[in-house]
Design a protein around this ligand. Sequence first.
Ligand SMILES: Nc1ncnc2c1ncn2[C@@H]1O[C@H](COP(=O)(O)OP(=O)(O)OP(=O)(O)O)[C@@H](O)[C@H]1O
Ligand SMILES: [Mg+2]
Length: 259
Amino acid sequence: MAQAINVEDLNIYYSEFLAVENVNVTIQPRSVTALIGPSGCGKSTFLRTLNRMHEVIPGAYATGSVEIEGANIYGSGVDPVNVRRRVGMVFQKPNPFPTMSIRDNVLAGVKLNNQRISRSTADELVESSLRGANLWEEVKDRLDKPGMGLSGGQQQRLCIARAIAVKPEVILMDEPCSALDPISTLAIEDLIHEMKQDFTIVIVTHNMQQASRVSDRTGFFNIAGTGKPGHLIEIDETEKMFTNPENKQTEDYISGRFG
Ligand SMILES: Nc1ncnc2c1ncn2[C@@H]1O[C@H](COP(=O)(O)OP(=O)(O)OP(=O)(O)O)[C@@H](O)[C@H]1O
Ligand SMILES: [Mg+2]
């Protein structure tokens, strides 16, 4: 199920503005890759090209290729909706559908993909997804209550349950803990740790402790100045990146000597 992602010669644009230049990287399956770097260097932009969410912004496009399981998701005839089913995304701010129950939130992605499922299959899927997101015990007695009635940390786990319900191969997370308290953050980090058995995970974080706790590999993006494109400077085993990086820019950033 979990797949490697091969990115080749990826250039990412907002109209004429080249936001991220020439990324070449392989993201390992069944592992957690953390992306770090200063604000505006293109981490979110890069992440969104991995499931074709970037091009949803008017004028936004990318050149180069992103291969999952050997097939370019930017190839002709590829349906971006199908790509987004295979590559799920969890955002910075928990975004459950406000009018939907907890149960319907979990099933929202499945229904969007026009998959017809019986009541009993749906019940099983709701339970397994909520268990997968470590939320089942907390909500099993109120599945028909609104998703918005949960705490921030629970809402984020609900969004993770919604993402895993469609059985993706890859899960992208853009600063998933930045709106959460420390306890909820640890709960999500534990969850990410468990999830890598089944999924390829890419997480953007500004928290370097989090990157070192949760990821197997870490990539450092940087930007030479305003209006310049971001670059992937270095990517390696997380332990190496935080103790003995190859690149001076990485070293300066992780040791706080940046800027
Ligand atoms: N919708 C957009 N339209 C035009 N330019 C954009 C858009 N979104 C981002 N950018 C630009 O692309 C560059 C990269 O932005 P991006 O949001 O990817 O950075 P980031 O590394 O995620 O930053 P942060 O850590 O603050 O989230 C920035 O120069 C930003 O202004
Ligand atoms: Mg961002």
